[in-house]
Design a protein around this ligand. Sequence first.
Ligand code: PGU
Length: 410
Amino acid sequence: MIPRNPRLAALKAGYLFPEIAKRRREFAAAHPEDPRRPETRIISLGVGNTTEPILPCITEGLAEGAGKLGTAEGYSGYQDEGLPELRKRIADVFYRGAFSIDEIFISDGAKCDIGRLQLLFGPGTPAVIQDPSYPVYVDGSVLIGAAGAWAGTGYTGICYLPCTAENNYFPDLSLVPENALIYFCSPNNPTGAVASREQLGTLVNIARQRGCIIVFDAAYSEYIRNPALPKTIYEIPGAGECAIEVNSFSKPAGFTGVRLGWTVVPKELRYEGGESINTDWSRIASTIFNGASNIAQAGGLAALSEEGLKEIRRYCDFYLRNAALIRGALQKRGISCVGGDNSPYIWAHFPGRDSWDIFTEILEKCRLVSTPGSGFGPSGQSFIRFSAFGRLSDVEEACRRLSAFRMTTN
Ligand code: PGU
């Protein structure tokens, strides 16, 4: 018999979002919805899953992409690193042409690439992770066998950087060890905090001084409305030497089910021994990935056309309005919260309470699914994340219920 990979045993029992779905199912089974009483309907502001239809110009691009596959002239097969036109367009739209197309790799989404990227560094590389943060950075690091000695964090090999109200959700970077892989997400999931240019400048400086590489997750960059805030790590001088960036069409264009993203691996990025990380990423990508769907890529090209970019803006504006409604409803109840202005997540604080207890109370009293903050890391304890991804009528109803919500006080 073959033994189980011991790293699987080191993972937390279940991935956060399926656990939430399970609790919702159990609650729904015990308290069935009554179609005559709309107040009994369960509303989800839990997982960050898009709900709005894809807008017309982008949908047309997807349909055209599918149509082409049915013609001799338009047919295409494997695409490996992605359509050159799409890579060029990404370089132009998001990076002002600062990268060549062989520094832009098309993926089937940011999550998939975050998992694959860890193969570049292998076991033994310390992982530095904002706490709280998107659980994939931790789980992926545990799977690859990130090693080190940060006693007391609960995870060997992972150095947590607490992001709390006290530090305005930007971590103390003096804690970053040497030669580590730093995961950094801005706008942050779950806090909604967006790092300023100065803060990202400090991050890049620390990474360069300490021989670290940053994996910058910009999946929510299109939600940034404040023009002073950087949308990509490459707005910071020197980032090309120390940062990889992942991004996605999921949240700006509604491609959570279509699946399309990209990763930037600059050619100037090097390992300790001087070898090219770009060459290795190309090797890994072509070895264990056969490219994103060509239909999705046609949709991606349409999304980056002039009209498509206007649709992206409208699409994100819609969820940002939801975010403002949710934030307003929580604040009216005196619940302190951040996020939701340049991000689709609202991070609400319930001092002294356990996250899963608040989750359960909100589910029971408001029939509203949220995400317990502790699922994003130890510093998420006593917080709840509300996602702005929802139909407007659901968000309005959720806000009505939250307005009437009387929390148990300890
Ligand atoms: N990066 C961040 C920071 C995310 O929050 C998410 C999705 C992704 C990447 C995934 O992007 P794709 O391009 O679609 O792969 N976070 C959602 C969905 C949950 C999940 O497991 O991905 C969330 O609710 O946090």
